[in-house]
Design a protein around this ligand. Structure first.
Ligand SMILES: Cc1cc2nc3c(=O)[nH]c(=O)nc-3n(C[C@H](O)[C@H](O)[C@H](O)COP(=O)(O)OP(=O)(O)OC[C@H]3O[C@@H](n4cnc5c(N)ncnc54)[C@H](O)[C@@H]3O)c2cc1C
Length: 208
């Protein structure tokens, strides 16, 4: 099996990378040990202003349209809506957060993401108010990962296996590039030619 890119991990990062690269005509293979997947337990919330101090995520003006575009293409391909856009309520935790929220509401760059503080009602106990947030939503992560896994399997591009980094010296990798989860161990190789009989990662793939 000869591939252009070996991707370690079928979480959101690996799955979406595989989808994107395959769409650009590259032969990919995703290897996952099916042991510990953060994407499958994540709430999947998409929230431009988050954290206790309500900080606007950097580059959100570019990221949100890119996410909508990507999830829109996936929805059309799989016939399922994975990204659900919904306004979000944040129950303010105390006077300090209420004060911080009031400050944010005055800042021009927050205007399209924060609407107003609502003082109560809706059957919700919120003594310090509820912040109404905009351009928020959630991703149905399990459904998306299942759909992408089925697609990868059907394309012969998925292996359930442990990728052994120790065995796989970079000079012995036969893929054009390798990507690993959480971006902690990714590298782009410039070599593309398989080295006969010496590709440890190829051995791992065949074993799976
Ligand atoms: C409880 C929880 C809630 C969260 N909620 C949100 C949220 O609401 N919004 C948000 O934006 N983020 C949230 N996150 C963070 C988000 O889930 C992660 O940042 C994201 O899913 C990471 O995706 P990933 O593909 O990098 O890693 P993962 O989804 O963890 O995928 C990595 C995969 O690689 C496999 N793997 C690892 N090493 C190897 C190896 N050597 N060989 C083979 N396979 C291997 C693992 O088993 C796993 O399947 C949450 C996280 C958690 C834990």
């Amino acid at each position: 099996m000869e591939i252009d890119v070996l991707i370690v991990g079928q979480g959101l990062a690996g799955s979406l990378l595989a989808w994107e690269l395959a769409g650009r005509g590259l032969a990919v293979c995703v290897v996952d040990n099916e042991l510990c997947n953060a994407s499958r337990v994540a709430a999947g919330l998409v929230n431009p202003v988050s954290g206790r101090r309500l900080v606007l995520q950097p580059n959100i003006a570019g990221l949100l349209p890119a996410a909508r575009h990507c999830y829109g293409r996936l929805a059309r391909f799989f016939g399922d809506q994975f990204f659900v856009e919904r306004p979000m309520w944040k129950i303010l935790s105390g006077p300090a957060q209420k004060q911080q929220t009031e400050r944010r509401l005055q800042q021009a760059e927050y205007a399209e993401y924060l609407q107003a503080i609502d003082v109560g009602g809706h059957g919700v106990v919120a003594p310090f108010g509820i912040l109404h947030q905009l351009q928020t939503g959630y991703l149905k992560t399990e459904a998306l990962l299942d759909a992408l896994r089925t697609w990868l399997l059907a394309s012969g591009a998925y292996r359930q296996a442990e990728f052994d980094y120790a065995l796989c010296a970079w000079s012995r990798i036969c893929a054009g590039a390798t990507s690993s989860p959480n971006a902690s161990y990714s590298a782009k190789a410039t070599w593309r030619r398989p080295i006969p009989g010496s590709a440890a990662c190829r051995f791992n793939l065949q074993r799976a």
